[in-house]
Design a protein around this ligand. Structure first.
Ligand code: ADP
Length: 572
């Protein structure tokens, strides 16, 4: 009896929190409610920071980006039924971007499933298309194994989203703390090594890749967010430095090597991909963003060397050489192989010269455009001012979050990335509405960095209420809203499209003109700015960047600036 009195009781909620803490989880994102509120509170009491959102969609986007930025699965906690469904946005986004994330949802009582229980849903089936690995803890003793398994699966191989289902009855079951510790120890001991270990590339494949690069006339190195995730920046730096091969980052690969590097082919993209004869593509899929690696954008004779953690990805693209492995490890090995018998293209190499010349010309052309102060604002004038303000911050460089059609497209060309993993955008799926969630994830993942969101008013509107979350946690995030009164801005319908009984309704693309988004921020005690001129913008940026407090800059732009669908008009 006396022994029983000294043992405390551990319920499912507490046990999940204990397992997460043991696995090294340090942050969680989510929305609490039945049956997971206690889980969140217990996690906090065990040292895990819980960032409470207004909606699971934003919290899920935050969890996915947190996984990308830190290399450890981001955790989204939701309630049952609708909470889980809202969480699918983040889970699917993680999967498509190949970022590690775990969705943890409460679910209804197991004995009442099928009888119309509160928030009843077959959540394992609902998440199936978006989850790499899903598991339901059907009893309290299963919890530790389930927690370690989902975390390990999320980060293993090609990272992605995984799902843990926690029925209400399981969260309410109890065991002693001694039993709990024993279960956690056992589960930790049984973690599968093959999930944690990374594939090792074959040396013979490295040799093939190096031979191709060595004999190339016009080699190019392309890298993407998989290389950023793998933290391959130092290895890439060495490879580019020793070989003199020009490089092209994908949008989120930007910053792995500075955009200001003399071998950056960003401003000569068409020439670089159109003329290269050997392309070493690292942690970037040959999908729509890279024109499938096919003509007319690429030469039909280009030989691809692909580096990817995912064997299926290599099999899909059928490159001349496929290197399955971790980008950092593979690039280090390529560099080592070259170092023993170095080759350098040198600045006077005709290919390098052609790229640097073209890049310089294009940059000069763009600078002419950027130099103009256009008022009412177009996209380029404010983006130039924002670019200079961001560069003025120095190191550690701010993390830029960008979404919106024109704002993101023009911004990608104008904004300069100098450090790795400092750009988060709509990504592989072109997901709009990620902005505020990404800002919160970035601020929480990198507390020493300022976060600057450059986004359209439509992207902002998806989750504008999360500005309250910024204020509540006092995160150093400055959100710049390019306000053109709608999706793409203005009413761009042709006269034939304006017809029918509802023709006098606002256009499907339009919002209330002149919306006071800065006042939304002020409603919660944050700082709001309304800006319409270069001087107003410069002063708002100077003040908010120095303050490092939550701020919204409502930047009014000409509703007819930019184009419908940005650069994707052919798909509309
Ligand atoms: P981007 O959008 O920048 O072009 P993608 O998302 O298309 O990049 O491609 C990223 C690729 O990186 C995915 O195919 C993924 O399997 C791969 N990847 C993820 N982690 C690693 C890693 N550690 N090493 C190598 N490749 C990785």
């Amino acid at each position: 009896d006396s022994e029983e009195n000294t043992t405390t009781s551990v319920d499912g909620n507490i046990l999940v929190a204990m397992c997460l803490a043991r696995a090294g989880v340090d942050k969680m994102f989510g929305v609490v409610g039945i049956p997971v509120t206690s889980l969140a509170n217990r996690a906090v009491s065990l040292g895990i920071r819980f960032i409470a959102f207004h909606n699971e969609q934003s919290a899920g986007y935050a969890a996915s980006a947190y996984g990308y930025l830190t290399g450890r699965p981001g955790i989204l906690l939701t309630v049952s039924g609708p909470g889980c469904v809202h969480g699918l946005a983040g889970l699917s986004n993680a999967g498509v971007n190949t970022w590690p994330m775990v969705l943890i949802s409460g679910s209804c009582d197991q004995k009442d499933f099928g009888r119309g229980d509160f928030q009843e849903l077959d959540q394992i089936a609902a998440v199936a298309p978006f989850s790499k690995y899903s598991v339901k803890a059907t009893g309290i003793s299963k919890i530790p194994t389930c927690v370690f398994e989902v975390l390990d699966h999320a980060g293993s191989g090609r990272p992605g989203g995984c799902y843990l289902d926690l029925p209400t009855d399981v969260l309410h079951q109890c065991i002693t703390d001694i039993e709990a510790q024993k279960l956690i120890d056992e589960a930790e001991h049984c973690r599968k090594k093959e999930l944690i270990e990374k594939p090792i590339v074959k040396h013979s494949e490295i040799e093939k890749a190096v031979a191709l690069l060595r004999n190339a006339e016009r080699p190019l190195i392309v890298f993407g967010k998989g290389a950023a995730y793998a933290r391959a920046e130092n290895a890439l730096q060495k490879l580019v430095q020793s070989t003199g091969i020009p490089f092209l980052p994908t949008p989120m690969g930007k910053g792995l090597l500075s955009d200001t590097h003399e071998l950056s082919a960003t401003a000569a993209r068409s020439l670089a991909i159109g003329r290269c004869d050997v392309a070493l593509v690292i942690g970037a899929r040959l999908n729509w963003l890279l024109h499938f690696g096919e003509p007319p954008k690429w030469s039909k004779d280009v030989k691809f060397i692909l580096v990817d953690i995912c064997k299926e990805e290599i099999e899909l693209r059928k490159p001349v050489v496929g290197l399955v492995g971790d980008a950092k490890d593979v690039v280090e090995k390529i560099h080592k192989e070259i170092k023993d018998d170095p080759f350098t293209l040198g600045r006077t190499h005709s290919w390098v010269e052609a790229i640097t010349k073209k890049a310089k010309e294009n940059v000069a052309k763009m600078e002419l455009q950027l130099a103009k102060d256009v008022v009412p604002f177009n996209f380029t004038t404010p983006l130039r001012i924002i670019r200079d303000a961001i560069l003025g911050v120095g190191s550690p460089a701010p993390i830029v979050v960008s979404e919106g059609a024109n704002t993101m497209d023009v911004g990608r060309a104008v904004l300069v990335q100098t450090e790795p993993r400092t750009r988060l955008d709509a990504g592989t799926w072109g997901t709009m509405g990620v902005g505020l969630g990404y800002c919160i994830a970035a601020a929480v993942a990198s507390p020493d960095r300022l976060v600057v969101a450059v986004e359209g008013d439509s992207g902002f509107g998806f989750s504008a209420m999360e500005v309250e979350t910024l204020v509540r946690y006092q995160l150093p995030v400055v959100v710049i809203v390019f306000n053109n009164g709608g999706v793409y801005g203005g009413d761009r319908r042709s006269s034939e499209e304006i017809a029918g009984p509802y023709k006098d309704d606002p256009a499907p693309t339009s919002f209330v003109p002149g919306a006071a988004y800065h006042v939304v921020m002020e409603a919660f005690g944050g700082k709001g700015y309304l800006v319409q001129t270069p001087d107003e913008l410069k002063s708002a940026l100077a003040e908010s960047f120095t303050a490092r407090k939550p701020a919204v800059i409502n930047l009014i732009i000409d509703p007819y600036a930019g184009s419908e669908s940005g650069r994707m008009q052919h798909k509309n």
